[in-house]
Design a protein around this ligand. Structure first.
Ligand code: ATP
Ligand code: MG
Length: 244
């Protein structure tokens, strides 16, 4: 089968929380497409709808109106598509990096990463090799055998990042992945994301408040009051520079 041209397609995406007098329109009529290998930033003030956008694409928040297509599969079109296996799609196609990192407390850092691979059919040895490689890339090689309770907030965050990336997902969604990190580790995370975009051809969408991060991205979506109000692109440049 041909690979789909876009990793993520969103059209007329609208999310309304609640009903009646208390209804909140958190996202209104969002539309864009993200190519495999593209690194996209989502910028905007607090409460503008960034997390809502990410969780609707991430199949954990049901869109009220509009369409979401992941790697060629229509997953929502005015609510979830009937018969779609959301859990499986999430596991196979998506990698999440959220602030609440939810590490499994009775597994070591390395085992937390391995779990994500083993549930996707990796043999134990391959899972171990990949987990070590990722933890090392994130400056955590020396903490691989520690349990989450013995890790700092930033270290836990990086273990969660390693876990989200382990499976080489088609789509990586990250909600302020560098917010809890110091400059050096924040840079390591961005470098790793950039590397994955190129090596694995993953589409990567990152929510950030940090305007200094912007130069890392191919495209920037600016969200304000639930609407995408601006879109700046460097993708064409990148394509012309032979990266595709
Ligand atoms: N579960 C919910 N129920 C009701 N309203 C919600 C819910 N989640 C978010 N909202 C509202 O939707 C709007 C968008 O929220 P969202 O979390 O997407 O913003 P955000 O851009 O991620 O903000 P921040 O930068 O503070 O994380 C806000 O007005 C918020 O109060
Ligand atoms: Mg948010």
């Amino acid at each position: 089968m041909d690979k789909p041209m876009y990793a993520v397609e969103v059209d007329g995406l609208t999310k309304i929380y609640g009903t009646g007098d208390t209804a909140v329109t958190a996202l209104q009529d969002a539309g864009f497409k993200v190519r495999p290998g593209e690194l996209v930033a989502i910028l905007g003030p607090s409460g503008s709808g960034k997390t809502t956008l990410l969780t609707c694409i991430g199949l954990i928040n049901e869109p009220t109106v509009g369409k979401v297509v992941i790697d060629g599969t229509v997953v929502a079109d005015g609510g979830w598509q009937r018969g779609i296996d959301l859990k499986r799609l999430r596991r196979e196609k998506l990698g999440f990096i959220f602030q609440a990192h939810n590490l499994i407390p009775f597994l070591t850092a390395q085992e937390n990463v391995m779990v994500a691979l083993e549930i996707n059919g990796f043999a134990r040895n391959d899972a171990k090799k990949r987990a070590v490689e990722l933890l090392e890339a994130l400056n955590l090689g020396h903490r691989a055998v520690n349990y989450p309770s013995a890790l700092s907030g930033g270290e836990s965050q990086r273990v969660a990042i390693a876990r989200a990336l382990a499976n080489r997902p088609r789509v990586i969604l990250a909600d302020e992945p560098t917010a809890a990190l110091d400059t050096e580790n924040g840079k390591n995370v961005m470098d790793l994301l950039k590397k994955l975009a190129v090596e694995n051809n993953s589409a990567i969408m990152v929510v950030t408040h940090d305007h200094r991060m912007v130069e890392n991205f191919d495209r920037i979506l600016e969200v304000s009051d639930g609407r995408i109000v601006a879109e700046k692109s460097r993708t064409e440049e990148r394509v012309h520079h032979g990266l595709e």
